[in-house]
Design a binder for this molecule. Structure first.
Ligand SMILES: *[C@@H]1O[C@H](CO)[C@@H](O)[C@H](O)[C@H]1NC(C)=O
Ligand SMILES: *[C@@H]1O[C@H](CO)[C@@H](O)[C@H](O)[C@H]1NC(C)=O
Length: 860
């Protein structure tokens, strides 16, 4: 009877609940960005995956703009911080430190926040979970945390006392010193007896604040061999970024008093400090910069805790020492065995050193045979992310760069992982280094999706998904069937680092165009493809090297209009040399009509523009109500003349090639990207990010914008002003979201006209890499403040030098000034370029983008 009674209740629940879409990643695979930290649990191994147990996490990997991941027992990773990265909580995808509780493998802590300068207006927080990251509680700090700041690969700055689960320490940046919690991370207090603050400032003259902040404390290491004092570990080591007084401090009375460790080297900055308990030794890697891009000198030291002596065990010297040291893996099963990594050896490749005698002697993972030939004591398998193979083979660097994180599994001497600027490598035969001196390195980033997505397109009867990304150029997914398969290649020829925009020709959808974002004399920043993005050729060429911005392809693929970030708006027909389009303002948002060849649309400030002469001239189109800022334009994929425009006051639609517009609804305001996708039958859904009844989220409409439904649910996409959007043009009710640091998500679901949502069964067919549980943290959805003002766009004549592929750390900010939209403008003093920069490359009127260093260009 009970059973029968339950049925109507379930049905009633199903009917009334607005089921959110189930979001999962499109699998680009291989990470695609910097992995600054990895932490293994010291005692707990992964359980085998079963139907009821999705694998117990034994390790976590943190990223700088894409959140935290938990390792599964099958080498895959599960993202665990997507439930807290709402629009307002976007900065929680910046993970500056992660810590596990040695006494409880279910407990995980992280220090979150993106920037300590003005780019992130929010203070940082310590988040804590007692269910392996399924749900989180948040304790806000009274200062900022810099998950994407210099020195983010040092660590870990957060640690749990192995004697006492309630005690944690956090080493802060910005001069804020050492902080302690005695209630398992719920509340925090400053440790007043610890007075060192880590004074090193990479570049005091950087007025943006990005390089002019104190790096602060770099790691906390408990000595588990010390005798407990009042239930706490008595000996604690703390590393600081200081090369003038002392950098490694110790307490022998459970944190009551502190002093510099005697006899320490005071020359470089300690990046990692790891204890080998059986040896009673503290190993420390040092570099002469804070990382992650720098380092020209460094050292490795072993501190014998019992004897109180320091020993220089640096593996190389003289002219062989031209890098700092970052990654430090200490084997807990085999005392005396460790692996250290060059932080950055930009040529020919990174170097890894292994010792089995506590650093007295070392062997290398490669050496010179007869110059320039190398003996490689490894092979690299990219089965789990095939595109990594052509990517690293295009350069001499195979082992990687920015190696700050390197860990040997504490319970398995063969299992190791290391993070690079591109991916996460590792393997399961590390001890073969000591026998046959040859190890198999694998790409082990399966499930880590940390691309900064710049643009998405889905073409009717053409490529299902074109993904333009920061640092790794872009990828094609030919059909929905391959969304779960890591592509075999990234976009090549031309090969550049970042694609800012991609478009297809509506009537000839195998024809695709893409543009890149760096000035280059040698690599044209435009590629065209006639096979749906599988292979490319250098597109229309131009002396002077235009770059960046948005590209639009005419319906018949004869004409390209390019709203560059360098040279204003340009046009080329039949691959002729580009010429200026004087009638469209520099920095304009553009789109092509997908059916009627020769029609292009543009938006700048409050003004909508139309070209009916194949982009030669643009003239003013219909008015857009009280809008002052056009954010995005979406032309209907199959209906000529139907144009949708997203603005600061909401969405407008035209059915007459932009001659007149009607605001579709006032329910959705302050909208960002907008896209159309195939709906049920022959209708098309409209998708848009904006401010609606459920806050700043992704909404869908199946009734031409009359009503809008929240389809984002509890999935975090970070800042909605940084999100990219595409509706599937081939598979009904499927939609794609590109994030700034968490790759591409997709989900399916029919959107009912009245605003209710029914989910389809399609989305659960593959394992989701995201947790869909609702967070226990309450995060408010405050209003997006948009400061994009297209009217003040001004093209700069500054040329950026090519910095392709030397870094894979997306550094886009996503604060109140949306910067990753192609029209974003950096304000006076703001960053406008540099290695890895995917944000605004235009400066506000009156300022010029000027090179400060390879990593940093500024509006001056
Ligand atoms: C500290 O390190 C910085 C960066 O490498 C360097 O410029 C400075 O000279 C160093 N200071 C000392 C006292 O060695
Ligand atoms: C290590 O093994 C790989 C794969 O078998 C091989 O290509 C490579 O030549 C070996 N290295 C040396 C130095 O023998």
């Amino acid at each position: 009877m009970k059973y029968i009674l339950t049925i109507p209740l379930l049905l009633a629940a199903a009917a009334s609940v607005r089921a959110a879409f189930t979001w999962q990643n499109v699998k680009i695979g291989g990470g695609g960005g910097f992995v600054p930290g990895i932490v293994f649990h010291p005692k707990t191994k992964a359980l085998p995956m079963t139907r009821s147990n999705s694998g117990q996490g034994v390790a976590y990997a943190r990223t700088d703009i894409g959140g935290l991941y938990r390792l599964n027992s099958d080498d895959s990773w599960t993202a665990v911080t997507d439930s807290i990265t709402t629009d307002a909580g976007w900065n929680k995808w910046g993970i500056d430190a992660v810590a596990l509780d040695p006494s409880d493998p279910n407990k995980v802590y992280a220090a979150v926040g993106m920037y300590t300068n003005s780019w992130d207006p929010n203070n940082g927080a310590i988040i804590r979970s007692s269910d392996k990251g399924a749900t989180w509680s948040t304790s806000s700090l009274s200062f900022k945390v810099g998950g994407n700041m210099p020195g983010r690969g040092m660590g870990e700055r957060l640690a749990v006392d192995p004697q006492n689960s309630n005690i944690l320490y956090f080493g802060a940046r910005s001069g804020n010193g050492l902080w302690k919690s005695t209630d398992a991370g719920a509340t925090w207090a400053k440790v007043s007896s610890f007075t060192a603050v880590g004074t090193y400032i990479p570049d005091a003259s950087d007025t943006s604040g990005y390089n002019s902040d104190k790096i602060g404390l770099t790691w906390i290491t408990f000595d588990s061999t010390s005798s407990p004092l009042n239930g706490a570990t008595s000996r604690i080591f703390v590393g600081t970024a200081d090369n003038t007084t002392a950098s490694v401090y110790v307490s022998n009375d459970a944190g009551a008093t502190w002093s510099p460790v005697a006899g320490q080297p005071v020359k470089y900055f300690p990046h990692k400090g790891k204890l080998q308990p059986t040896e009673k030794a503290l190993y420390v890697t040092y570099a002469d910069g804070a990382g992650p891009y720098d380092g020209t000198l460094g050292a490795v030291y072993r501190y014998d805790i019992a004897a109180g002596t320091w020993k220089d065990i640096t593996p190389v010297s003289g002219s062989d020492l031209y890098f700092g040291f970052g990654g430090l893996g200490v084997d807990m099963q085999k005392p005396g065995t460790l692996v250290v990594a060059s932080l950055n050896s930009w040529w020919p490749d990174a170097q890894l050193f292994r010792s089995t005698d506590s650093g007295t002697t070392w062997s290398k993972i490669w050496d010179w045979a007869s110059y320039p030939t190398q003996n490689l004591y490894y092979s690299i398998s990219t089965t789990k992310a095939p595109w990594i193979s052509p990517f690293i083979n295009a350069d001499t660097k195979h082992l990687g760069w920015m190696i700050e994180a390197l860990e040997i599994d504490p319970l398995d001497s063969d299992h190791w992982l290391y993070g690079t600027g591109l991916t996460l490598f590792g393997g399961h035969d590390l001890t073969k280094w000591d026998t046959v001196h040859n190890v198999t390195i694998q790409v082990l980033a399966d499930g880590i999706e940390e691309m900064s997505v710049q643009d998405l397109q889905s073409a009717p009867s053409g490529p299902e998904l074109l993904v333009a990304v920061g640092d790794d150029n872009g990828f094609i997914f030919k059909s929905s069937d391959v969304l779960g398969t890591s592509p075999s290649t990234y976009w090549q020829n031309p090969t550049y680092a970042t694609s800012t925009s991609v478009d297809y020709a509506g009537n000839k959808p195998a024809n695709v165009v893409r543009v890149g974002n760096a000035a280059s004399a040698s690599v044209q920043q435009i590629g065209i493809s006639a096979d749906g993005g599988a292979t490319w050729n250098i597109g229309e060429s131009n002396a002077g090297g235009p770059y960046g911005g948005i590209v639009a392809y005419s319906a018949d693929a004869d004409t390209v209009v390019w709203s560059t970030s360098s040279n204003g708006v340009l046009r080329s027909q039949y691959q002729s040399t580009f010429s200026a389009v004087a009638s469209l303002p520099s920095g304009a948002v553009i789109a092509s009509d997908k059916r009627k060849n020769g029609y292009f649309y543009g938006g700048s400030g409050a003004t909508f523009y139309v070209s009916s002469d194949i982009g030669v001239t643009f003239s003013k189109g219909g008015a857009l109500g009280s809008s002052t800022s056009i954010r995005d334009i979406a032309a209907h994929p199959t209906t000529a003349g139907e144009v949708w425009v997203s603005t600061d006051v909401g969405i407008f639609k035209s059915a007459d090639f932009g001659a007149t517009f009607t605001q579709v609804s006032t329910a959705l305001k302050d909208t960002q990207q907008i896209a159309l996708g195939l709906g049920s039958g022959s209708s098309w859904n409209v998708y848009a990010f904006g401010t609606g009844s459920a806050g700043n989220k992704l909404y869908a409409s199946s009734d031409s914008g009359a009503t809008w439904t929240d389809i984002q649910g509890s999935q975090g996409f970070g800042s909605i002003s940084s999100c990219k959007l595409a509706g599937s043009a081939n598979k009904a009710d499927q939609v794609y979201v590109g994030t700034n640091g968490r790759g591409v998500f997709y989900a399916s679901g029919a959107v009912a006209g009245g605003g209710s949502v029914t989910t389809t069964n399609k989305v659960s067919s593959t394992t989701s890499s995201t947790t869909s549980k609702v967070s226990s943290t309450t995060v408010s959805t405050s209003k997006v403040t948009s400061t994009t003002t297209s009217t003040t766009l001004k093209s700069t004549s500054t040329t950026l030098t090519t910095t392709a592929r030397t870094s894979s750390a997306p550094t886009t900010k996503t604060s109140s000034a949306p910067s990753s939209t192609p029209t974003a403008v950096a304000q006076h003093w703001g960053q406008c370029g540099g290695i890895g920069w995917t944000g605004a490359t235009l400066c506000a009127s009156g300022y010029t983008c000027s090179k400060q260093n390879d990593y940093y260009w500024q509006c001056l």
